[in-house]
Write a protein that binds this ligand. Structure first.
Ligand code: SDX
Length: 374
């Protein structure tokens, strides 16, 4: 039997991939060799999704056609809209998204095809429809009619338009577009690996993305951004941050938005989100949540030397954009659909079933005892 590896597969390399590179010590992140800082500054989310899928940046005609194809696919099938309208009160957006994405396979006649050109079509449907699912659900749970997507809007702008019922200000649309870029992929994180394990059995794209959404939902992973905002609201004011954090750490609590399995320095995505949190707060004339988050960052680092991750400032960014807290992780899922679908297609292109072993530490030889003698 092979020797056992680090708990949680820490630092275990399980496959080659040419999609995403993370330098945990330098705090560097590349998508297909492009630095995420350059992509955040220069690209659109659609451009990054195209880069992830195709391995190269699109020419302008390719980007135009891709963006239009996403806009056309943003409409939801009637069965999904009917499901969203009938969801029991109190259902969380992540469980609704997980269920609705799974339902998308029912209206796709090629849903059982695996490993052929239809995977790219499924990936486009998933990329285009996840924002519409999240926005339509939020409207319906607030007793409002869903807003039909505008195919002429980009994905980020369309999401805010469908959510709020009116076009967003350009600055908010741009900030969300960059947030989607920053969350688009991240190598073999838990939800991506779940998608690859599912695809590795030659199950279909919808099943793989449903696995990923269920995995992202956890507070140790994608759910952290919602926990950060709930923490800030519970703390309530900047002058209460230090004592609250010190008390939480003294009670061995994990502070959401901090720590990472791979980064041993600042998460390169965090500096963009930190700047956005300050920019939105300045624009809105209220820096409270930016300053509170900054104080949290300083206190945790001073107390435990632990760096922030992508989730810390995204909480105050989305909150200040007027987005409901329980939509933060669905936004992460919307963005990561580009990465998840890319990894599914890479897994299928060089597939071998993913099946590790366990080090058995249970009892060796139990003798049968008839029930009357137990
Ligand atoms: C994401 O993998 C990815 O790439 C994920 C992601 C992506 O883009 O897909 O980057 C997105 O999921 C970011 C992480 C979001 N999660 C959180 O913010 C939740 C809080 N973070 C922790 O639960 C933790 O840092 C993890 C889960 C992110 C990483 O956990 P590890 O690698 O298993 O580390 P660990 O729990 O073993 O902690 C090591 C030490 C421990 O101290 P000791 O007990 O050894 O003294 O660091 C401490 C931990 O207590 N620690 C923390 C902490 N994170 C680690 N202490 C307080 N608060 C924290 N957040």
């Amino acid at each position: 039997m092979e020797e056992t590896v680090g708990r949680g597969l820490e630092d275990v390399v399980v496959a080659e991939s040419d999609i995403c590179f993370i330098d945990g010590h330098e705090g560097r992140l590349l998508y297909r060799g492009y630095n995420v800082d350059d992509l955040a500054r220069e690209a659109t989310y659609e451009e990054v999704a195209y880069l992830l899928w195709h391995g190269h940046l699109p020419k302008s005609a390719e980007l135009k056609a891709f963006t239009e194809a996403i806009g056309k696919e943003a409409f939801l099938p009637p069965d999904v809209l009917a499901f969203l309208a009938g969801v029991p009160a109190g259902a969380t957006p992540m469980e609704v998204l997980r269920t609705a994405v799974s339902m998308l396979s029912l209206s796709d006649p090629t849903s059982e095809h695996v490993g052929d050109q239809t995977d790219r079509t499924k990936a486009l449907r998933l990329l285009a429809k996840t924002p519409s699912i999240v926005a339509a659900f939020d409207r319906l749970r607030n007793h409002q009619k869903p807003v039909m997507p505008r195919p002429d809007f980009g994905l980020a702008k369309n999401f805010l338009y469908m959510l709020h019922g009116e076009p967003p200000v350009d600055e908010d649309a741009h900030i969300l577009d960059v947030c989607l870029i920053l969350h688009a992929d991240h190598e073999f994180n838990a939800s991506t690996f779940a998608a690859r394990v599912t695809a590795g059995t030659l199950s279909d794209m919808y099943s793989a993305i449903t696995s990923a959404i269920g995995t992202l939902k956890g507070p140790l992973h994608g759910g952290a951004n919602e926990q950060v905002m709930r923490m800030l609201l519970e703390i309530g004011a900047e002058d209460k941050v230090e004592s609250w954090i010190k008390d939480a750490l003294a009670n061995k609590k994990k502070i959401s938005g901090f720590g990472h399995r791979v980064y041993r320095t600042e998460d390169p995505r965090a500096r963009h989100l930190r700047a956005f949190s300050e920019e939105i707060g300045t624009r809105r004339g209220d820096l409270k949540y930016f300053r509170m988050t900054q104080k949290v960052e300083q206190t945790v680092f001073a107390e435990k030397g632990i760096y922030l991750n992508v989730d810390l400032y995204s909480g105050s960014v989305y909150y200040q954009m007027g987005i409901a807290i329980d939509l933060f992780t669905p936004i992460f899922a919307i963005a990561r659909t580009a990465g998840w679908t890319t990894h599914v297609m890479e897994q299928l292109a060089h597939n071998r079933l993913i099946r590790p072993r366990a080090q058995y530490v249970g009892p060796e030889r139990e003798l049968w005892v008839p029930i009357e003698k137990r």
